[in-house]
Design a protein around this ligand. Structure first.
Ligand SMILES: Nc1ncnc2c1ncn2[C@@H]1O[C@H](COP(=O)(O)OP(=O)(O)OP(=O)(O)O)[C@@H](O)[C@H]1O
Length: 491
């Protein structure tokens, strides 16, 4: 669709683009990325014909761009630049209708019914119909951008060239514009070539990207190329880490500022407070912890400050546990957006709070345990209906610095320790009559202060992993023993 061969070009003086090759296929969304001054706009202007080519060639649908007339080019490609000056006092509708000029016939060059249909459709989808009679100059930057996109779309081009199209747009309009372009790409096989600055937006929308640096491509490939953070660091000179979007299989990048605030200077024991009532246990740290949890709220890997375990009655109807926890936290002025929330039917007076310093690593474990729903996970395949609420909720706070991998390691270590406690206490799955490995609704949280040297492992072969094992084992065992004693006393 677009073929760039040995392209050389720029301004007076030495060329900015020096021998570039690139091929963009029909129906592809191609994003051009690169730092300020890398030559993106220069390449863009060479493709659109705004700058003369010094050497090499650009083919559009197999034809050398220099052989195409202005009208032929306008029917094939539309351009949305950053420098769209509209000198006259045109209304929005007039500006958009200018996009139909390649199709106007006859001496009078009037717009036909068909032209108006296209204009109406495009104004509708770009959400600008309501200010069609407004003078262009009276619009905001973002509104102007949408009008200029509409003008480009009414050209009904096969190729759309965009220089930072989302520059003035807020998040809603950025996503609206790119969704619209994506729809056109899929429905009409529109080819899109866009300069984008936001690497994460490029990852979500582009099929392929090119990373331009000093007039040369450092990388060209699909969006997973953005996982090459060493290359990104080289050109942007910013600390970048790649992760993944939580629901779409696309990379997302996280930038770390050079500026950091002073870290937690308090001793671990002084950096939290525990509030324990009949209704809830609330642990609040003075700074967010790096957490991993399967809590009803605050699940996954996050940075959180508040950690709660709420008591519920045995016949609690848990159809909306997330909503309920949020309501309860709000009632006690606990910000649920910054919290992990668990629930238990176990009496909170039976909670075990254990503080240990294992080989110089301070740890705090808080466990509530009920084992009425004890399950041997290795037995049977049928889904069982939970009869009663009986759950082991574990919160473990560690004054250490874990990588995300170590968090997962630590989660495994804590689970293994819980299983050992169930084993040693001979807790039985009533269905299988075998030793239980947990209950059907266990929750586990690990919270790390991220102080000190980074630890990449927290499994059973490490000091910290062993420490996790020991504290979780002791706390779980004691909590189950307390629970059993209470049940026996009630019997
Ligand atoms: N009109 C011009 N005359 C001479 N040099 C120019 C001109 N416009 C840009 N340049 C130079 O060309 C180089 C590439 O600029 P270009 O505008 O292509 O970069 P860019 O990647 O689009 O940057 P940005 O992200 O800042 O928009 C820069 O060194 C710039 O100073």
């Amino acid at each position: 669709m677009i073929k760039v061969q040995n392209l050389i070009g720029g301004y007076t003086g030495s060329p900015i683009i020096n021998g570039l090759n690139l091929e963009i296929k029909k129906g592809e969304f191609f994003a051009l990325l690169g730092p300020n001054g890398s030559g993106k706009t220069t390449l863009f202007k060479l493709i659109t014909g705004q700058l003369p080519i010094i050497d090499g060639e650009i083919l559009i649908l197999g034809k050398n761009i220099l052989t195409l007339s202005k009208l032929e080019k306008a029917k094939k490609m539309a351009v949305l630049t950053q420098e769209a000056h509209v000198s006259f006092d045109y209304t929005v509708e007039e500006i958009v209708s200018l996009g139909r000029y390649p199709y106007q016939k006859g001496l009078l060059k009037q717009l036909s019914r068909a032209d108006w249909n296209v204009i109406e459709d495009v104004m509708e989808i770009t959400n600008i119909s309501h200010f069609r009679k407004t003078p262009f100059r009276m619009l905001s930057g973002g509104e102007k951008q949408r009008v200029l996109l509409a003008k480009a779309l009414v050209q009904e081009p096969e190729i759309l060239l965009l220089d930072e199209p989302t520059n003035h747009l807020d998040i809603k309009h950025t996503f609206q514009m790119l969704d619209l372009l994506k729809e056109r790409q899929y429905k009409m096989r529109l080819t899109i070539f866009a300069i984008l600055h936001d690497l994460n937006v490029a990852s979500l929308y582009a099929d392929r990207i090119a990373l331009l640096n000093k007039g040369n491509f450092l990388e060209v490939g699909n969006v997973n190329t953005l996982r090459k953070t060493d290359q990104l660091k080289k050109v942007y000179e910013v600390e970048i880490k790649h992760g993944s979007h939580p629901t779409i299989p696309k990379p997302q990048l996280l930038m770390t500022p050079s500026f950091t605030t002073s870290s937690n200077l308090l001793r671990f024991e002084d950096s939290y407070k525990i509030e324990k009532t009949k209704e809830y246990i609330h642990v609040q740290f003075n700074q967010p912890l790096r957490t991993i949890s399967n809590g009803v709220i605050g699940e996954g890997i996050q940075w959180l400050t508040h950690f709660c375990n709420f008591h519920v009655t045995k016949n609690y109807n848990c159809s909306k546990p997330e909503k309920d926890l949020q309501t309860w936290m709000t009632k006690y002025s606990i910000p649920h957006e910054q919290a992990v929330g668990m629930m238990t039917a176990v009496k909170l007076e039976n909670a075990v709070i254990l503080k240990k310093n294992i080989e110089g690593i301070p740890m705090l474990a808080i466990v509530t345990a009920g084992v009425r729903n004890a399950v041997d996970i290795t037995y049977g395949s049928k889904k069982r209906v939970t009869q009663t609420i009986g759950t082991i909720n574990t919160m473990l706070f560690i004054d250490a610095h874990f990588t995300d991998g170590a968090l997962v390691n630590g989660y495994m270590s804590a689970t293994e320790a819980k299983v050992k406690a169930l084993h040693d206490l001979h807790i039985i799955d009533p269905y299988s009559n075998t030793i239980a490995t947990g209950t059907s609704t266990d929750s586990l949280l690990l919270g790390l202060t991220q102080k000190g040297e980074k630890t990449p492992y927290a499994g059973s072969g490490t000091i910290v992993g062993k420490g996790i094992g020991q504290i979780v084992y002791s706390a779980t065992k004691e909590a189950i023993e307390k629970y059993i004693k209470t049940v026996q006393n009630q019997a």
